[in-house]
Design a protein around this ligand. Sequence first.
Ligand SMILES: *[C@@H]1O[C@H](CO)[C@@H](O)[C@H](O)[C@H]1NC(C)=O
Ligand SMILES: *[C@@H]1O[C@H](CO)[C@@H](O)[C@H](O)[C@H]1NC(C)=O
Ligand SMILES: *[C@@H]1O[C@H](CO)[C@@H](O)[C@H](O)[C@H]1NC(C)=O
Length: 511
Amino acid sequence: MRFSYTSLLAIAYAGSLASAANDDFNYYRRHQQQRLQNAAVIAQQQASLGAQKDYQYHTKKTAPYFIDSWPDVNFDAGEMYSGNVPIDESDPSRSLFFVFTPSEKPTKTLTIWLNGGPGCSSMVGFFQENGNILWQPGTYHATRNPYAWSKYTNVLWVEHPVGVGFSVGKVHARDELSISQDFIGFFKNFEKLFGIENYKIYVTGESYAGRYVPYISAAMLDQKDKQYFDLSGNVIYDPCIGEFLRVGQEIPTFDFVMANRDILNLNDTFIAQLEQEHINCGYRDYIDKYMQFPPPEHQPDRGVYGYKKCDVFDKYYEAAYTVNPCFNIYHITDYCPDLGDVMGNAKGISNVEFYFNRQDVKKALHAPLDVKWRECGGPVFKGRGGPEDESDQSPDPIQGVLPQVIEATNRVLVSNADWDGLLLTNGTLLSIQNMTWNGKLGFQSPPMKDFVVNLKDKQYGTGVQGIMGRQHYERGLLWVETFQAGHEQPQYQPRAALEHLRWMLELDEDS
Ligand SMILES: *[C@@H]1O[C@H](CO)[C@@H](O)[C@H](O)[C@H]1NC(C)=O
Ligand SMILES: *[C@@H]1O[C@H](CO)[C@@H](O)[C@H](O)[C@H]1NC(C)=O
Ligand SMILES: *[C@@H]1O[C@H](CO)[C@@H](O)[C@H](O)[C@H]1NC(C)=O
């Protein structure tokens, strides 16, 4: 039997009627009361946080970027800065927009977060994943994020590249090298502005940022300048590190559908057809041959995709939509109704005003008032085609920049979420099996070890989480498969994400 949250609340306060019910019922009621009490204590602790005002980065130069208050945020979100910083100081027409949150305890580490797209805003990360303020889909108002990454490190969210959100200027990039150079220019100007020198720099992100993160990291390494670019590690979620159209989507689709049959509820006829195509298109053989630890050899070059007939991915997607009109490919356990979302939401439909497009918000954040903010926009690349058909001509990161970053830092975490229906866990793992780093091709043995989250819940008053995935480490690369999470991992499993962050920063338990 299922008890909804509202009915539990009603029972908790109605008292006498419910007390006549069976023991199970009372168990749920007591449990819920305890959780509500815990949650109240947590809320009090949170309210007292952020009350002190000893700022870490407030200077004459940074004052114009200081955020006094956030519209419709009814708590003190702490010291924060935002605005546009030019890529090249001699040309103010091209600039990137950032939000910067100093670490709770001062530290000389800085973690950059990037969302993907190409063309999507990192404000999604800031406002719905790992920032200090959360305003998630289907919620009435913004709340403090008890799992904000600024607990451990200074965090910088950047709308990257030019053409995204409030980042303005002429778009002329044709590849990752070009936008990475833009980022390097912006970042050094940002560091000079905030007096950041000799910090360890970490780059993190998700989805298409699976390309941005290693390319920017490699560009930082190439600067050979530890004063400003001491690149020290990456965390990359549900990333486009390999050939994502075929290896990330088509090839693993059928197994993904079978593993999530109860959630997707696709009929037997459809499943039988899908399996036939999966076999006929050679996907099953591909998996049998290359999903091996260690892999036998390199996977073949992309070649022609033979779309139409072999597009099992789009077929699963359409069928899932037919059964569930509110299907969310980023988080496959969503059902109707479609939740209102101040960011605009994955399906692009929302009857809610977009927070970052409000004039009062733009003013508060020192953003350009004349720019129409959108969650995902662009274009950010000029031209067409490219190996992944995104107008981005750079080779896949597994072909060069990702191994370069792993070998230089030995501190790279690649993770994929199991309820992400867009970039599939087994596809990302297959891409790793086609990458050579620190002298060998792929992982030499399969992921078997539990990924355990020992953090207590800080929102609802429950205990430690336990086994939340599977992990595997070899030669500087940590792989984590995350259970019960969608594409935006810090949104759906914030405690797991906080553990990933701590691993990257090399922090001990509870420091
Ligand atoms: C992932 O691959 C493994 C090994 O081939 C397989 O056992 C498993 O069912 C796959 N899982 C999904 C969700 O596709
Ligand atoms: C696998 O790697 C080889 C060698 O780098 C490359 O030529 C090939 O295109 C890659 N295949 C896939 C599917 O990534
Ligand atoms: C089975 O699913 C397919 C794909 O969504 C659909 O076209 C078909 O009508 C369904 N068949 C039945 C009997 O429900």
